[in-house]
Design a protein around this ligand. Structure first.
Ligand SMILES: *Cc1c(COP(=O)(O)O)cnc(C)c1O
Length: 393
């Protein structure tokens, strides 16, 4: 591309980054290379590819595009978000100290507390990252990794990214921000000093609920050896995204920014509507960082473009009513996951966060009457009518 790639807007880069018309045929869409192996010209001589676990041309194209969108020096594509997370953890030596946000995706909590603490001996401390002083108190000279999500799942807490980065840098710990809920369209943590961005690309990046994928994007300020080490580990454990999914994800990225605009607009409209009807709807608590009443609103406004499309609420009437409302919704499908074009509703206490011990759920505020919605890109009037009928029933 003649224009300087990093001068172009994200809308343009999402479509073109890393992608030139195919020199062989002129095809404007990247070919899918399904080959597992590549012919070698001689000892140590090849065209850059040998075996697809190590490097595959379709995956490389996707990784260039992803790195570009997150302002990263490099990005790695994994078969799931969790395998991406597990591979980052392999950078640590055994018995390392990790400080993590208390509100995390349930599967990441499970990986930390029920797998890696046993198999790697890591000591994982959970604290509330929306309180930077608490983060500062929890971090020690022994801390190797600082891990958080913002907005967090499912409570939509906002973490001040630059504050966490400052605290981590003081002790030389690396930082990981799970950017799944925001996508690089809303928030680019690497530009705020974070070392690694993690994505479940299953969610907004793909946006169509038809594949599983994960991403790690690496900051240009991370020493090159650490990036190489991550690639070495990825190849060693074999956690790579298949070429067909790479191609599907590349296609999905082309519409990321238009999808996000509609997601953001719909969620803001819905949150304002529900806020204005709390009494009628029997809603005790409404969680959405776009509302001025949200404790993280000012920070979210500073570090995000748009507030994403996740909204959580605590209902009057306990788990029975929460279950009924979720079942009564017609357009919002009662299903886990998020970030797709279709709207979803889920019950964290029995679904994504079931793995947490009940007392931990209670302490966090993941109550039995909490519902989380992922607002899709349908017409907002239809979504509001659906919520209205389900909440008034
Ligand atoms: C879904 C999700 C993950 C896990 O990703 P998978 O692709 O399901 O393995 C990690 N973090 C967050 C915030 C998620 O929503």
């Amino acid at each position: 591309m003649m224009l300087k790639a990093n001068m172009l807007a994200i809308e343009t880069r999402a479509i073109h980054a890393g992608q030139e018309p195919d020199p062989l045929t002129g095809a404007v869409v990247q070919p899918i290379y399904t080959a597992s192996t590549f012919v070698q010209d001689g000892v140590g001589e090849n065209k850059g590819y040998m075996y697809s676990r190590t490097k595959n041309p379709t995956r490389s194209t996707l990784e260039v595009c992803l790195a570009n969108l997150e302002s990263a020096s490099d990005a790695l594509a994994f078969p799931t978000g969790l395998s991406a997370a597990a591979t980052i953890l392999e950078l640590l030596d055994a018995n390392s100290e990790i400080v993590a946000h208390h509100d995390l995706y349930g599967g990441i909590y499970r990986l930390f507390s029920m797998v890696r603490n046993r198999s790697s001996g890591h000591n994982i401390k959970f604290v509330n990252f929306s309180d930077i002083d608490a983060v500062r108190d929890a971090i020690s000279d022994k801390t190797k990794l600082v891990w958080f999500e913002t907005p967090s799942n499912p409570l939509l807490e906002i973490v001040e990214i630059e504050g966490v980065v400052r605290a981590a840098k003081e002790v030389g710990a690396m930082t990981v921000c799970d950017n799944t809920f925001s996508s690089p369209y809303c928030q680019r943590p690497l530009e705020m000093g974070v070392d690694f961005v993690l994505h479940s690309a299953t969610k907004f990046l793909n946006g169509h609920s038809d594949l599983l994928a994960g991403v790690v994007a690496i900051s240009p300020s991370v020493p090159a050896e650490i990036g190489e080490q991550l690639r070495f580990i990825q190849n060693s454990v074999g956690a790579v995204l298949d070429p067909i999914s790479c191609s599907t994800l590349l296609r999905s990225l082309k519409t990321l920014t238009v999808r996000m605009d509609r997601h953001i607009e719909n969620a803001s409209t819905i949150a304002a509507h529900v806020d204005a009807n709390r009494g009628r709807y029997g809603i005790q608590k409404l969680l959405f960082p776009g509302l001025e009443s949200h404790p993280g609103h000012e920070i979210a406004k500073k570090q995000m473009k748009g507030f994403g499309s996740m909204v959580s609420f605590v209902l009057d009437g306990g788990q029975d009513r929460a279950n009924r409302v979720a079942q009564n919704l017609e357009i919002f499908a009662y299903a886990v996951s998020l970030g797709g074009v279709e709207s979803l509703v889920q019950h964290p206490a029995s679904m994504t966060h079931k793995i947490l011990p009940p007392e931990r759920r209670e302490a966090l505020g993941v109550s039995d009457s909490l519902l989380r919605i992922s607002v899709g890109i349908e017409h907002v009037d239809d979504l509001i009518a659906d919520l209205d009928q389900a909440l008034m029933m």
